[in-house]
Design a protein. Structure first.
Length: 380
């Protein structure tokens, strides 16, 4: 990088052709005392010429090729459209019909008592049970008949339904009920309850959860390939859509996060806080819109680790080193120019020397070279 001012004319060297053809190398000198910047190449040039290709060239970074999800659609000149999940609009969470747990316990006890009475009636009770019940004469009966078998079956079914339908609801968990493939409601109650034992139960965690995945491909605004690991805070808002609308809602969430990283420019390593917050907000908004139709809620998507891919990391490191080196050279140049200006101003103001324009230019050039050489030897 070179910096010039409008007060720095091109002065031809001796031997330059008068017809206006450029010489082998133009000489640039400081024109006035008020000049505060000089061309950077004056401090580091040598006799090899201005176009020396022996040094390291500029760092070139190949933009990343970002893949898009198939089927996303693409309009001419626009970004690919996000894939919006299509879920049955009639599928929505609704409360299921359940009974208190005391009803199930009572039905189970009544069924158990009915089975014992039917066995005593049929005469199949053990001798000690018959003596306890006071019906020893019934123990020697001929055997159960159709009426006894019907009473025993009815009491047994009542006991099985009573005890088999008992369920315990926990805080932060829900039951999704179905019967023969049809959604019958969701149970979010806690404590002991009775649910129809013929219904299929699927337990769903409705607590606030977080998921941190492995590094996934992404890109910054310049198209440079990145690897990003994100933390997703999410929970199930609609249990019916989350369990019946998609095959696996957790896997669907991961795929939506990966798709969002391919569509949102991610703040590169070392970016400012404002750019990082903008990336977080864009990712959260996009993922929440993708997973909303399937009953999931995403409060936040936070990038926790951002790094360049291995084939780009080395080039970006060289670019960063080159930027720091250019910044250091600019600071050294400013210090040298200030020192030269102060020296020339004091010499001329105090009347120690009288210089014309040519002598002033030569003095400025010699002082600049001397100060730069001195700073190079001291490592400043």
């Amino acid at each position: 990088m070179t910096t010039t001012t409008s007060h720095i004319p091109d002065v031809p060297e001796p031997g330059r052709p008068p017809d206006g053809t450029p010489a082998a190398r133009p000489v640039r000198l400081i024109h006035t005392e008020s000049t505060t910047e000089i061309p950077l190449h004056l401090l580091f040039r040598d006799d090899r010429g201005d176009h020396d290709d022996s040094g390291p060239g500029p760092v070139r970074v190949r933009p990343a090729v970002v893949a898009h999800r198939p089927g996303a659609g693409r309009d001419k000149g626009e970004r690919p459209r996000p894939v919006v999940a299509q879920v049955d609009p009639g599928l929505a969470e609704r409360p299921a019909r359940v009974l208190p747990g005391a009803v199930g316990v009572a039905a189970g006890l009544v069924g158990t008592a009915g089975c014992a009475a039917a066995a005593w009636w049929a005469g199949v009770t053990p001798p000690f049970a018959a003596e306890t019940l006071g019906g020893a004469a019934r123990a020697g009966a001929a055997g159960p008949g159709p009426a006894q078998w019907a009473a025993f079956a009815g009491a047994g079914m009542l006991g099985l339904f009573g005890f088999g339908g008992l369920a315990r609801g926990n805080t932060g968990r829900a039951w999704v009920l179905g019967l023969f493939g049809r959604y019958r409601g969701t149970v979010r109650r806690t404590g002991l309850m009775w649910v129809n034992p013929l219904l299929l139960r699927r337990r769903v965690d409705v607590r606030l959860r977080h998921w941190r995945g492995e590094a996934m491909p992404a890109a910054d605004r310049g198209g440079v390939a990145l690897r990003v690991a994100v933390q997703v805070v999410w929970r199930v808002r609609d249990t019916a859509r989350a369990t019946l609308g998609v095959e696996d809602h957790e896997r669907y969430l991961r795929e939506c996060v990966e798709s969002a990283l391919l569509r949102v420019p991610v703040a590169p390593p070392g970016a400012g806080r404002a750019e990082v917050e903008a990336t977080r907000a864009a990712l959260t908004r996009l993922v929440a819109a993708d997973v909303g139709p399937v009953g999931l809620e995403v409060p936040a998507v936070r990038p926790v680790r951002v790094e360049y891919v291995p084939e780009v990391a080395a080039a970006m490191h060289r670019r960063r080193i080159a930027a720091l080196d250019a910044q250091h050279r600019a600071s050294v140049l400013s210090s040298v120019v200030d020192s030269v200006e102060d020296t020339v101003s004091r010499l001329t103001t105090r009347g120690l020397v009288e210089l014309d324009d040519h002598e002033r230019k030569v003095l400025v050039k010699d002082l600049t070279v001397a100060f730069c050489a001195g700073r190079g030897e001291t490592g400043a």
